[in-house]
Write a protein that binds this ligand. Sequence first.
Ligand SMILES: Cc1cc2nc3c(=O)[nH]c(=O)nc-3n(C[C@H](O)[C@H](O)[C@H](O)COP(=O)(O)OP(=O)(O)OC[C@H]3O[C@@H](n4cnc5c(N)ncnc54)[C@H](O)[C@@H]3O)c2cc1C
Length: 479
Amino acid sequence: MSEITYAPTNSSYTSILEFSIVNLRYAKPETPKPLVIVTPKQESQIQTVISCCKKHDIQMRIRGAGNDFEGLSFVSQVPFVLLDMLNLRHIEVDPVAATATIQSGATGGEVYYAVAQKSKTLGFLGPSFAPVGVTGFIGHGGYGTLRRKYGLAADNVIDARIMNDNGDILDRESMGEDLFWAIRGGGPSSFGVILSWKIKLVPVPETVTMFKVRTIDQNATEIVHKWQTIAPNLPRDVEMRINAYPSTDSLTDETTVVIEFVGTYLGTIDKLVPMMQERFPELNLGKQDCSEVGYTQSALDFPLDLPNRPLEVLLERSTFKLPKKVKSVHVTRPISKQGLQGMWDFLRKYETGTYIVLTSFGGRMDEISESAIPYPHRPGVLYMIFWRVRTSEDPAAAFSWIRDFYSYMAPYVVSPRTAYAACTDLDLGVNNQNGVTTYAQASKWGKMYFKNNFDRLVHIKTKVDPANFFRHEQSIPPL
Ligand SMILES: Cc1cc2nc3c(=O)[nH]c(=O)nc-3n(C[C@H](O)[C@H](O)[C@H](O)COP(=O)(O)OP(=O)(O)OC[C@H]3O[C@@H](n4cnc5c(N)ncnc54)[C@H](O)[C@@H]3O)c2cc1C
């Protein structure tokens, strides 16, 4: 154990801690630090950590790739031990059975890469940002570019292995269907330490098309308005997102809002372009806006802006570090043109790393019931909106901007409010740090993330972890 345990006096402590801090808002000198960091290389070493934390009544935080937006995987306000899964990331791909078995510390990029080594026509339902950790991703639901055709990553989990607070290792059969349901979208860190996932791989063509149409807000509101109903109803082989962000012209000093329509099509350019001309002529998609790549190539970050990079880029962990705050909402009725214009006005008002992403749903997402797994944002949801602000320059202004924007969105979004659990937002409510949180208190944030599935999650938690060993500010509490 001594070889994998780092106390603050160890010279590697700081570099190991900082390696996987992605939200730099939690990388400040005043951010609470772990008493020790343990980086297990074998599963039995996790048993030792759990037993030690229990014996000394110390909280344990579990970190995958460290992308949690509120740093819940590596920050706690009470003394804690950091269990960093960094070294447990072996991936076994079976191209004949079309499955992959993935140790929980792997990133999405590492899985994309491992699958590509074995097959060009099998795909991993991974994140659109590859360095995201598989366990945080699958454990919250996990949507990627194939969501409209195959649903979420969590919909395609066949088996999982988890360690409970007694150090027992359970698979799907021994954990039972309740716990297996809970860990596929109910947040991975409330129920145990996830050790590995076995997932289905899906068929993909050798060539897929990526496209991007870039415009500015004056021209785009009309098109975005149409996109809201067209994108969720396109054939399932197409997914389309909108990225919106402010940009200031250095000559005129005028701020405009750039609107990008970005998407992936499971097929070739010659099929996509006529289909989009027919279904969405306002977008005016042409061949010049498209690029044909392999499926795994499409998982690289910014593949259209930075083409021809090797697949090895997918193996880079812990990139895109930024101090930030995010929020998410879901939309079931198209937002009026005036409402959209107001959103662009918000982007013009505060330009410091502000960014909005609209991700269309529909297709397979519409067919899976709200209670199939804990992730509930399904039938009828046209799209999700995620927005982000950089908090380094003026934190007070950044927080006020993101909260004001959240209030502005009230008339346009699902009510009562909903949010995607992977977009962790402590503004929605927090548990008590002494480990005792009432159902009513946790319902505030829990119902937004999980709707009525929150009740079942609380019952399962009560059964499998009644002493609430696995806890943090937004973990599922026992009754
Ligand atoms: C730039 C960016 C892009 C993103 N894009 C997408 C996207 O396309 N689609 C999408 O669905 N989400 C996306 N996300 C959200 C992402 O899925 C979540 O932030 C996810 O929780 C990150 O997982 P992680 O392992 O990297 O983070 P971590 O901070 O390490 O972990 C996240 C949570 O999982 C828990 N956890 C990690 N490993 C284990 C384990 N072995 N056992 C138990 N609990 C564990 C942690 O305790 C924590 O609560 C994105 C996030 C970022 C920052």
